[in-house]
Design a protein around this ligand. Structure first.
Ligand SMILES: *[C@@H]1O[C@H](CO)[C@@H](O)[C@H](O)[C@H]1NC(C)=O
Ligand SMILES: *[C@@H]1O[C@H](CO)[C@@H](O)[C@H](O)[C@H]1NC(C)=O
Ligand SMILES: *[C@@H]1O[C@H](CO)[C@@H](O)[C@H](O)[C@H]1NC(C)=O
Ligand SMILES: *[C@@H]1O[C@H](CO)[C@@H](O)[C@H](O)[C@H]1NC(C)=O
Ligand SMILES: *[C@@H]1O[C@H](CO)[C@@H](O)[C@H](O)[C@H]1NC(C)=O
Ligand SMILES: *[C@@H]1O[C@H](CO)[C@@H](O)[C@H](O)[C@H]1NC(C)=O
Ligand SMILES: *[C@@H]1O[C@H](CO)[C@@H](O)[C@H](O)[C@H]1NC(C)=O
Ligand SMILES: *[C@@H]1O[C@H](CO)[C@@H](O)[C@H](O)[C@H]1NC(C)=O
Ligand SMILES: *[C@@H]1O[C@H](CO)[C@@H](O)[C@H](O)[C@H]1NC(C)=O
Length: 347
């Protein structure tokens, strides 16, 4: 027994210290069998609904759910069926102080700081089911970024909380929160998306400036040796730094290209603007994008971090969890855009 657990620890390397606090002992973590992912299940409907969005779309707030307890900094969310939300969150116990004066050491510009990567499970009304930390005290990689759910696993990256550093791609079993380490990569990664049709996992780095792609049919280097991604592609768009993305599929309207739905923010001219986009997985080219201006009651742009999407009762629903520590889930449905949206605009 002891031998087995030691081997498991050695294999799982830095991302191994699952420390789970179960808050509702009588309820399962996730529904069994696991439901299909809401984003990918209704890809064609989501892409079609997105085509009706524009700058004048009125977003109707259909639900507001207070999430119980300290949510730290929420980074990603997946909705697993109607009664579960899994949130990836970062608990920070020491700040990442800048080296200052544009100093770069080992490719990065700040101290590592310290903290823990969390996965927090909530039921449909925001009550905590469990809170797990996935990293050990003192681990240099503790930043849990955007997440994706493929019907079987949640995909995530646990990274150093600084640009151009390192990250570990993992998958998490929602039924147990058991973590499997996939590979180690020599860049910060702030989110992962699994294309179930190609076996590609696409990882977005700091500010989603580059997408690094790995294919699960290949064997990565033995952990903790670094694995070179099969491709690294620069994001050609600077309108939104995507924070959390969900695999949608390979819809016919986009010539069967793999696409994801992403949300994020841009800060420019002392203003922050939110954005929601359908993005080509391989090239990061946005295929459709709209600005989002709603803010939470605490004043945070709703697209600040986590996003998920689903078709509920035939309508597009977008789920946002913007605030740190004391979080409320904002659920929106789009109403019709102005009839002049598609022929109008500035002249
Ligand atoms: C496990 O998590 C709990 C709650 O977050 C924390 O109080 C405790 O110190 C952690 N234990 C270890 C061994 O990390
Ligand atoms: C940055 O440079 C200035 C001027 O050279 C110096 O006074 C200051 O101490 C430096 N700060 C750091 C953090 O190195
Ligand atoms: C830079 O990397 C080297 C080699 O890995 C290491 O010894 C050194 O401590 C690092 N410096 C900092 C400031 O992290
Ligand atoms: C990233 O860090 C590596 C060293 O670890 C360095 O060679 C490279 O220039 C850095 N890249 C950027 C974009 O800063
Ligand atoms: C929240 O939902 C759970 C079942 O998912 C239920 O047991 C509980 O009573 C609900 N709590 C509230 C405040 O509605
Ligand atoms: C947890 O995942 C590891 C792989 O990382 C696997 O070997 C082990 O069987 C899993 N345990 C459970 C209880 O699913
Ligand atoms: C991002 O991609 C560009 C273009 O491939 C490359 O020059 C740059 O070094 C990459 N940045 C990092 C941090 O890997
Ligand atoms: C942003 O705000 C600062 C402080 O108010 C001001 O000095 C600066 O000019 C502003 N920048 C732009 C681009 O408006
Ligand atoms: C969360 O925010 C609400 C509304 O602002 C406030 O009433 C409540 O005390 C806050 N809770 C915590 C734990 O900070």
């Amino acid at each position: 027994m002891q031998f087995t657990s030691l081997v498991a620890l050695a294999l799982a390397a830095s991302v191994s210290a699952l420390n789970i606090t179960v808050l509702q002992p009588d309820v399962p973590l996730a529904p069994s069998p696991l439901p299909l992912p809401g984003a990918a299940k209704d890809c064609d409907e989501i892409v079609a609904a997105f085509a009706n969005l524009g700058r004048t779309t009125v977003w109707n707030l259909v639900q507001k759910i207070k999430f119980q307890g300290d949510t730290y900094e929420p980074e990603g969310i997946v909705r697993i069926g109607d009664d579960r939300f899994y949130v990836s969150a970062g608990e920070y116990t020491a700040p990442t102080t800048s080296y200052g004066n544009n100093t770069v050491i080992n490719g990065t510009d700040r101290q590592p700081g310290a903290g823990f990567a969390h996965i927090i499970v909530f039921d449909g009304n925001g009550t905590r089911v469990a809170d797990a930390t996935l990293t050990e005290d003192g681990a240099i990689e503790y930043h849990n970024g955007g997440i994706d759910y493929d019907g079987k696993y949640i995909w995530a990256t646990i990274a150093e909380y600084r640009p151009n550093a390192t990250a570990t791609l993992i998958k998490i079993d929602p039924l147990t929160i058991n973590v499997t380490t996939i590979l180690h990569i020599a860049d910060h990664q702030g989110g992962a998306v699994h294309d179930v049709d190609t076996g590609n996992v696409h990882m977005l780095n700091w500010g989603s400036r580059n997408v690094s792609t790995w294919n699960l049919n290949y064997v990565p280097a033995a952990y903790p040796e670094f694995t070179r991604p099969r491709s690294i592609t620069r994001n050609p768009s600077y309108y939104t730094d995507y924070q959390d993305c969900k695999f949608l599929g390979h819809p016919a309207v986009y010539d069967y290209r793999g696409v994801m739905l992403c949300s994020g923010v841009t800060s420019i001219y002392n203003t922050s603007i939110g954005g929601l986009a359908i993005v080509d997985l391989k090239t990061m080219v946005p295929l459709a994008e709209v600005p989002i201006t709603m803010k939470s009651d605490l004043g945070t742009l709703v697209t600040q971090n986590p996003v998920d999407v689903a078709i509920v009762d035939g309508k597009l629903r977008v789920y946002f969890l913007p605030d740190q520590h004391n979080s409320t889930l904002y659920v929106y449905e789009p109403l019709a855009a102005s009839p002049f949206e598609f022929g109008g605009g500035f002249e």
